[in-house]
Design a binder for this molecule. Structure first.
Ligand code: ZN
Ligand code: ZN
Ligand code: ZN
Length: 374
């Protein structure tokens, strides 16, 4: 997975400006989504440390174990003009990383939010004169607003997972277990262009009341609503995440009524996405509509999360958040209701805020898909 798209040169420039603004002397970035975002290098996190050092003075150095040099150079990082410094098995890579930070700058440095604790502590020991803080607050604002290449990648991910949902009615059979359904759906996620299945939630009947239910040996039964929430990673590194509701045969009238309210709540929230709205407001809208139908107590999670090189990243749509939505932000809108012992339901689309309003990246019908049973 090394075809991450993007103008890495301009991302690095913005990362340096953000570092200067933050008052830090530099950022230490380890393998994971931040490294992939900044230089397109999808390095595997290993016990041997790989670290991109971004300094406030503009110097950028990639420190890698010698045996990873060719892989690093073959990634987009190799054509960015970044200095790649290697370390040998007998070297102390932590001292080497410390040496890359400007000598005359004793201010704190930011550590990748995803760096292993063992590495964080070894860096602390190797660079004793400076404080550590998180790099996340510096990098998250950059990653939160997607550029054209990223939106293109998310559009492709959205279409791929839509094709999987389109196939699901043909995969579900009465009597099969959630696990069997999940295996068939997982294969379809790969067949439709993802390189990795990130999760397959198949939650039938009472299991639907648990939002992150693990597929079990529970058998799909007539008239029981089924929550299917699926996602994977595309060759670009960008993720998909989409939930639709299914039922083998007609569910009961109670469920039908509640589901109609959920459809209304989800659609109204998607329509409300535009530049200037806050993520807190987007969390309130579905709650108000569900409350009109006596369902607000059963909507037990936030309304959505950002998505990109991670399935869950900033911005989060939750109560009290004052973050102002801007063009380029991509996130899920996924209200639901969960009735313990009975069933649950959720409808989820990934949307992108545009200058004019909103574009939904998931476009399969939102209505309950009722599969005919013999
Ligand atoms: Zn979730
Ligand atoms: Zn989601
Ligand atoms: Zn989901």
């Amino acid at each position: 997975m090394n075809s991450t798209p993007g103008d890495f040169g301009s991302r690095l420039t913005r990362a340096v400006s953000a570092t200067v603004k933050s008052g830090l002397s530099g950022l230490l970035i380890s393998p994971g989504p931040d490294l992939q975002y900044l230089i397109g290098y999808d390095a595997v996190p290993l016990e041997r440390i790989t670290c991109l050092v971004i300094c406030a003075n503009g110097s950028t150095v990639l420190v890698v174990p010698r045996l990873e040099f060719l892989a690093a150079q073959a990634s987009p990082a190799g054509s960015l003009g970044i200095n790649i410094v290697t370390w040998d098995e007998s070297d102390d890579p932590y001292a080497l990383i410390g040496d890359q930070l400007p000598r005359d700058d004793s201010r704190a440095y930011g550590i990748d939010d995803h760096m292993w604790a063992s590495k964080v502590l070894q860096l602390r020991a190797a660079i004793p004169d400076r404080d550590q803080t998180l790099a996340g607050p510096v990098l998250q604002p950059l990653r939160m607003t997607k550029d054209a290449a990223e939106i293109e990648a998310l559009i492709e991910a959205g279409s791929a997972i839509d094709r999987v949902h389109a196939a699901i009615p043909h995969l579900l059979k009465i009597g099969m277990t959630e696990k069997e359904a999940a295996a068939a759906i997982g294969a379809q996620i790969l067949a439709e262009g993802h390189v990795r299945v990130d999760f397959v939630i198949v939650a039938a009947g009472p299991n639907g009341a648990s939002p992150h239910h693990e597929p079990s040996d529970y058998h799909l039964a007539v008239g029981e609503p089924i929550v299917i929430d699926i996602g994977g990673t595309m060759p670009s590194g960008y993720r998909s995440d989409c939930t639709r509701m299914y039922s083998l045969g007609e569910p009961d009238q109670d469920f039908r009524r509640s589901y109609a309210a959920l459809l209304e709540a989800q659609a109204a929230t998607v329509r409300a996405v535009k530049p200037g709205v806050t993520t807190g407001r987007l969390d309130v809208i579905p709650r108000e509509i569900l409350a009109e139908h006596g369902l607000s107590d059963y909507f037990i999670h936030r309304t959505g999360h950002g998505i990109g090189l991670e399935t869950h990243e900033d911005p989060y749509l939750m109560a009290g958040s004052e973050l102002v939505v801007e063009p380029g932000m991509a996130f899920s809108i996924e209200p639901g209701f969960y009735l313990a012992g009975r069933y649950g339901a959720r409808i989820e689309d990934i949307v992108v805020c545009t200058p004019e309003g909103v574009r939904s990246l998931n476009n399969q019908p939102h209505e309950l898909t009722v599969v005919e049973v013999p």
